[in-house]
Design a protein around this ligand. Sequence first.
Ligand code: SF4
Length: 354
Amino acid sequence: MALRLTGLTREELTEQMVQWGEKPYRAVQVWSWVYAKLASSVEEMTDVSKTFRARLTDELTPWLPRAVSHRVSADGTEKWLLACDDGVVTETVYIPEPGRGTVCVSSQAGCSLACPFCRTGTLPLRRNLTTAEIVEQVLFVRSTLATRGLRVTNVVLMGMGEPLYNLEAVTRAVRIIMDGNGLAIGCRKLTLSTSGVVNRMEEAGKNLNVNLAISLHSVRDGVRDQLVPINRKFNLAALRRAALAWPLRGRGRVTWEYVLLDGVNDSEQDARELVQWLKGIPSKVNLLGFNPWPGAPYTPSSRETMLRFQEIVANSGLVTIIRDSRGADVGAACGQLAGGTDSDASSPEMNRNA
Ligand code: SF4
């Protein structure tokens, strides 16, 4: 059976080489060609013998996915729909910023959590993505952009799906993405985002030495029950305990995502309660504007309201930024990812994922 090398860690690739009767250093060569030199085919591996190249051609499946759609926003954000072998598509977004470039990666096709402000939540969960399908999103974007001299410096697991519901594949993918001889995205440049799957956060914290972002959106259980329905299972008190237990490095902080929805969670009292609730947790707050999508049940807060909310939170000493929506004109902004449904056909947009 053909081998999907992007699903293997470097150690596993080494074992595979040994099983094929090859020297272990072959794994280093192949790994370096694929992840560091960004080769798109075996033929490019010029320091590998012809005989071994012939074997690799026979044994390996292509490691770069096929893009079925590519859209570029006026602000430089780019979105691809990448085809999986079974016809499922993943959405992957690149967000260029001064001094860095971030790839937003999907971990599932669709999502089972149905957060009503998130367009992905309107889609059924089709399936978990495999380790290879997660890794290949980063590899694809890095390879594609390298030809244009653009860099990938950061990765956020904040695309379609809840990463903690696909923890095993995500953990393996993170190891591959972080491998210093390959894509080499360091732990400080990698962020896992969750809607608050509290019973998997401890395991994730132990296995993944990465930054943590949490979709919060309200510190009142009644409101959060509506906005992030998993709150009915794991309430704010449980979420708070899990966040406190996350192994932060040095001066690291938990990032809290808070989408401001008109009349729902954007009052001055909401801001004051947020400040109180975060007391004792090393935190950074990202305030997100909401871009309505067709049928969305919410409307965005006014700029004035957002600034007032930010002022109250910032005055408490918390680092608080208003994250400007990126890629909204091509359906690439947070929470707009809809797996190639009509959001991909230039419809108006919305906001943030888990
Ligand atoms: S916000 Fe995240 S967890 Fe909620 S529906 Fe969207 S993708 Fe799923």
